[in-house]
Design a protein around this ligand. Structure first.
Ligand code: NAI
Length: 462
């Protein structure tokens, strides 16, 4: 039993980053984690393994589609699924071990097991009760369920099962055209599966810029994904090796059935707070099961804080990380802050899709006058050379002040390019500030500059 300044529950990107920052600020820290490895959903069964599979399958796609045109001849690689899984596992291992190393380096105790909070200042793991001045809950999220769809993680899977299938399925049905559905749907489509995505709404990736949604769907269709839009999945009937997916079209209520070898349920995630004993503590929760917190991430019980997917806001690793650093500063008596207006979102398909700040729709809803600067990657020399000219950069700026309000990118390295705009927004930059900044040639980032130029006197290359 030890007396800590801070005990953090959960070692995902929210929890482990918070632990490291607390230690750097001189606090005595422990982090409770029940998984066998650190890193939470992101490192073990989320962001990191999916990126390994996205990378490998993209390489295959390049070999199949672009190598010959570049003068690279020879046998197209075939998929050695066992080796691809081993590569993915190795990637996970390197990352989770990396966190373990950082914990040791920063003298953070890893308390192994699942935590409960019997009272403020106490964390129970197994039979032991540890005490701490502050408790930070970073317990994350889990896949949301859908009535009529029973997940077995073999034939009917969530993202977790989809990352460790026994083989590449011939037919995959994806329920939900959100981030998970499109990333993992892309992986299996590139690896040879026939992928059909069933989406309840009339557009993919809800909440995104409308033009991006249309362009993105067109590109994915060209890559071989099939979409059934405006359709509500009713149920799945699975055997040990196959499943039938029944859905109803919203427009005429007609019922249809699709056969699949694997069904991926990707209709969202929900906060995970099971077993913590929050009810008994009287911690206030939202109707959606999120822990309610104040501006300093403190719950209604003094000394108990919460961050990441188990509170309100986008369920994104980097949002949790930012909250982790900020809450560490709060408990250390400093002034941690998160600017929720500048949190980028990225979909790691090919091309990538990235966004930050306002959309045209949100600006219209606010009645705010804005201008649009748009530039197609067709006018970007580097993108053309790399067979990556599909897509565009769109910058939204205030009509009167020219201040950048948001940006939406679909195209090569969009997930990296967006950060130039994030920094500009943090500094309150105008589109002209970006346009007047020299950008190296030839880079994809020139497309960002051209979109900024398009907010003023016009881009050069269109
Ligand atoms: P999501 O909320 O992004 O998308 C779910 C989709 O399912 C929506 O389009 C919704 O309209 C649709 N849907 C809901 N019920 C349906 C039904 N009965 N039939 C057909 N469609 C239905 O959720 P997703 O993709 O599961 O991701 C969960 C969370 O994980 C998100 O918050 C996401 O941001 C996060 N995530 C982020 C990643 C990234 O940043 N690259 C990668 C993976 C996940």
């Amino acid at each position: 039993m030890a007396n800590y300044d801070v005990i953090i529950i959960g070692s995902g990107p929210g929890g482990y980053v918070c632990a490291i920052r607390c230690a750097q600020l001189g606090l005595k820290v422990a982090c409770v984690e029940g998984r066998e490895t650190l890193g939470g959903t992101c490192l073990n069964v989320g962001c990191i393994p999916s990126k390994a599979l996205l990378h490998a399958s993209h390489m295959l796609h390049e070999a199949e589609h672009n190598f010959a045109a570049m003068g690279l001849k020879g046998k197209t690689p075939s998929v050695d699924w066992k080796q691809m899984m081993a590569y993915k596992e190795d990637t996970i291992g390197q990352n989770t071990k990396g966190i373990e190393f950082l914990f040791k380096k920063n003298k953070i105790d890893w308390i192994k097991g699942w935590a409960a909070v019997p009272a403020a200042g106490q964390v129970k793991v197994g039979d032991e009760v540890h005490t701490a001045k502050n408790i930070i809950i970073a317990s994350g999220s889990e896949p949301a369920s859908l009535p009529g769809v029973e997940v077995d993680e073999k034939v009917v899977v969530t993202s977790t099962g989809a990352l460790e299938l026994g083989k590449v399925p011939k037919k995959m049905v994806v329920i939900g055209a959100g981030v998970i559905g499109l990333e993992l749907g892309s992986v299996y489509s590139r690896l040879g599966s026939e992928v059909t995505v069933i989406e309840y709404l009339d557009a993919i990736t809800p909440g995104m810029d409308g033009e991006i949604q249309k362009t993105f769907q067109r590109i994915l269709k060209k890559q071989g994904l099939t979409f059934v839009m405006g359709a509500a999945v009713q149920k799945t009937d699975a055997t040990k090796t196959k499943a039938k997916v029944t859905y109803k079209l919203r427009k005429d209520d007609s019922e249809h059935v699709l056969d699949a070898d694997v069904v991926l349920l990707a209709t969202g995630r929900k906060p995970y707070t099971d077993g913590l004993g929050l009810d008994a503590l009287g911690i206030e929760m939202s109707p959606r099961g999120q822990i309610n917190v104040g501006a300093d991430w403190q719950t209604n019980v003094k000394g108990i804080y919460a961050i990441g997917d188990c509170i309100d806001g986008p369920m994104l690793a980097h949002k949790a990380e930012d909250e982790g650093m900020a809450v560490a500063e709060q408990v250390a008596g400093k002034h941690g802050h998160v600017n929720y207006g500048v949190i980028p979102g990225v979909i790691y398909t090919h091309p990538e899709v990235a966004n930050v700040g306002e959309t045209e729709q949100s600006l219209k809803d606010q009645g705010r006058a804005y201008k649009v600067g748009k530039f197609s990657f067709m006018g970007n020399g580097r993108a053309k050379a790399n067979f990556a000219a599909d897509g565009f950069v769109k910058i939204l700026a205030d009509k009167d002040t020219d201040r950048i309000l948001g940006a939406h990118i679909i195209g090569p390295a969009a997930g990296d390019l967006i950060h130039e705009i994030c920094v500009a927004m943090e500094f309150g930059a105008s589109a002209e500030d970006l346009a007047l900044t020299c950008h190296a040639h030839p880079t994809y980032s020139e497309a960002v500059r051209e979109a900024a130029l398009a907010c003023g006197d016009g881009p050069i290359h269109s």
